[in-house]
Design a protein around this ligand. Structure first.
Ligand SMILES: Cc1cc2nc3c(=O)[nH]c(=O)nc-3n(C[C@H](O)[C@H](O)[C@H](O)COP(=O)(O)OP(=O)(O)OC[C@H]3O[C@@H](n4cnc5c(N)ncnc54)[C@H](O)[C@@H]3O)c2cc1C
Length: 360
């Protein structure tokens, strides 16, 4: 009976990070289970270049030192000289994380259950096979929950006529006027004629693909872009609720990624936080680490409740952006803001609804 040093359930970004960051430099036998075709997965993960992300600088696709937040009436531009907005593609992250010294075996199977026997775990897969491992890293997570907000999006990678895009400035959020929905367009201009253009909604219900496509086409036509070649697409759903599972009973079970609480629910940013989570787990003797500080979690909760109970059209985001400079804004997004920035953030929020949410 083979007992692996560790079993990784799910080879999304967090499962891959465990393979690289925790087990990459030794010669252990590791088993990973993934029931989807990860070689077909590709999308871009955005983040600001914090210190803990610097080790991955050479797999960054592109960096932007300027970004804008606005709507049809106002456009706030932020500049940040030392912590640019960056993207890494899933494909590059996967290849980087699979280049290790350890002996990783990948099983294209669904894990049905696992439970402790003696001082290790028995793992059962959907074909009734049994595997054994000393530790479990579990990244399965619920993407939806009744009555809770979701961030859902659909985007296309396009090629357009030369010199269409300003490749030095990304559009982080361009809000559009919708009935009872918060919607914005996100644009990553990779070059003067190539970009990812994404339509994103915060709501409880997912929409038909045609809805997001229409918003993208409308936005592009507003910018006089009528002709474009579609190269690929990406879509996703990110929970805007605290999707973390309870702390596991055994010290040798680790909930990782979104399941382990890495997502910042008010923004949907999770990639850099799940990497931080795995880095912290590597240097901890506990099976749980707090990636988001108490105050940040509290602010997130208040903000999400505000979004749930009010028809927000983007004005609060724009006001927040207009009260902060680029450095303060990125520090807030990455959970690194100082007291002065926190006070500025509180000051930017609509007072009455926030006081109401605070006492909920
Ligand atoms: C298209 C897209 C774009 C995103 N963009 C950004 C971004 O720009 N910036 C950012 O910070 N965040 C972004 N996110 C959010 C977040 O970073 C991702 O959701 C990320 O994939 C979370 O990683 P994870 O490892 O926690 O979970 P997942 O990526 O969901 O990985 C879990 C894996 O487990 C597998 N699995 C599930 N159940 C089983 C089972 N029973 N047995 C075996 N395998 C199983 C799944 O197939 C999956 O591959 C994006 C998300 C999506 C979907």
């Amino acid at each position: 009976m083979k007992i692996y040093k560790a079993a990784i359930i799910g080879l999304g970004p967090s499962g891959l990070a465990v393979n690289k960051i925790i087990y990459g430099d030794n010669f252990n036998d590791i088993v990973a289970f993934e029931n989807e075709e990860i070689n077909k997965r590709d999308n871009f993960f955005g983040f600001w270049l914090t210190d803990w992300m610097k080790p991955y600088e050479n797999i960054i696709e592109k960096k932007w030192y300027k970004w804008s937040i606005g709507d049809n009436n106002i456009d706030i531009t932020h500049t940040c000289s030392d912590k640019p907005y960056c993207v890494i593609s899933f494909k590059k992250w996967k290849n980087y994380c699979l280049e290790t010294k350890n002996r990783l075996v990948i099983k294209k199977k669904k894990v049905v259950e696992y439970f402790p026997i003696q001082n290790f775990f028995k793992i059962i897969t959907d074909d009734n096979s049994e595997y054994y491992a000393e530790k479990i890293y579990d990244s399965r997570s619920a993407k939806e929950k009744k009555g809770e907000l979701l961030q859902h999006f659909y985007g296309i990678n396009i090629t357009v006529a030369d010199d269409t895009f300003n490749e030095n400035k990304l559009t982080l959020m361009h809000f559009t006027e919708e009935k009872n929905l918060l919607h914005f367009i996100y644009i990553l201009p990779f070059s003067h004629n190539k970009a990812l253009v994404e339509s994103t909604v915060f709501s409880k219900m997912i929409l038909e693909q045609s809805w997001y496509r229409e918003k993208i086409v409308n936005y592009l036509s507003q910018k006089n872009i009528y002709k474009f070649k579609e190269n690929s697409s990406e879509k996703g759903i990110i929970p805007m609720f605290f999707a973390e599972e309870n702390n596991p009973p055994s010290p040798n079970i680790f909930n990782i990624g979104i399941r382990g609480g890495a997502c910042k629910p008010s923004t949907g940013y999770a990639f850099s936080f799940l990497i931080k989570q795995i880095q912290l787990l590597k240097n901890s003797n506990k099976n749980y680490v707090n990636v988001h500080k108490f105050f940040e979690r509290k602010m997130d909760k208040i903000f999400i409740n505000f979004l749930k109970n009010n028809n927000e059209n983007g004005r609060s985001f724009i006001k927040l952006a207009s009260n902060l400079n680029g450095n303060e804004f990125q520090s807030f997004m990455m959970g690194q803001s100082n007291l002065i920035t926190k006070l500025k953030i509180i000051q930017s929020m609509p007072k009455l609804p926030f006081i109401k949410e605070l006492f909920q």
